[in-house]
Ligand binder design. Structure first.
Ligand code: GRF
Length: 214
């Protein structure tokens, strides 16, 4: 499956996907990386991996529709079949989201549907939750909403700061994003009635819910 990765920043999830795709048996290939921000660190990771990459700077567009139109064109031009948003910090128009319905994944650093949006770790600590984690889900028009493919649970420690919690969750993100992509690319994870159902799992497939103890 041909994958386009959307980024806005450092790209550590992109790197996890690049590493997974490097395995000849992995059922997906990253054909393009697009950043809405010039200078995003992830662009260098794409360059180092020899993956075509480009900046589509949202600031150069008059409105969201024209930015999304350019994004759509670039993705289709690259032959993308599935989008993986990985730290992509732009809200997409409903029209774009509908065009890519069930063909766009996102990763979010909380156990959705809790703590959608920004400042997730601060809010998780403030709320006093004992367990947080991360979620890979299909994208819907509402931010951080949509059928869940994979989640990992991560403990919240009493002395955690937003950054120590973020770092612990990031380790789990790097495990579940490739896992979720694999299951979707193989057609083993499909949206049925706004939930993801699994079929044809082999013994070697990881379970889609991963408990991450560190
Ligand atoms: C990750 O925590 C991701 O869940 C969130 O933004 C962060 C991106 O990190 N949406 P990176 O650019 O993949 O390193």
């Amino acid at each position: 499956m041909k994958v386009g990765v959307l980024i806005s920043g450092r790209g550590s999830n992109l790197q996890a996907l690049i590493d997974a795709c490097a395995d000849a048996d992995f059922p997906a290939e990253i054909v393009t990386v697009i950043s809405n921000k010039p200078g995003a660190g992830g662009l260098e990771l794409a360059e180092a991996a020899g993956i075509p990459h480009q900046v589509i700077n949202h600031k150069k567009f008059e409105d969201r529709e024209s930015f999304d139109g350019a994004l759509d064109e670039a993705l289709r031009g690259a032959g993308v079949e599935l989008i993986c948003s990985a730290g992509f910090m732009r809200i997409l128009t409903d029209g774009f989201v509908e065009k890519w319905r069930n063909k766009q994944l996102n990763i979010h650093p909380s156990l959705l549907p809790s703590f959608k949006g920004l400042h997730v770790h601060e809010r998780s600590i403030e709320a006093g939750v004992r367990i947080s984690g991360c979620t890979v889900h299909f994208v819907r028009a509402e931010m951080d909403d949509g059928p869940i493919v994979a989640q990992a649970a991560v403990p919240v420690h009493g002395d955690d700061t937003a950054s120590t919690l973020a770092a612990r969750i990031l380790v789990a993100e790097h495990k579940i994003y490739p896992l979720a992509l694999k299951l979707v690319a193989e057609g083993k994870a499909r949206v049925v009635g706004e939930k993801v159902i699994f079929s044809g799992l082999d013994e070697g497939d990881d379970v889609p819910i991963l408990s991450h103890p560190r």
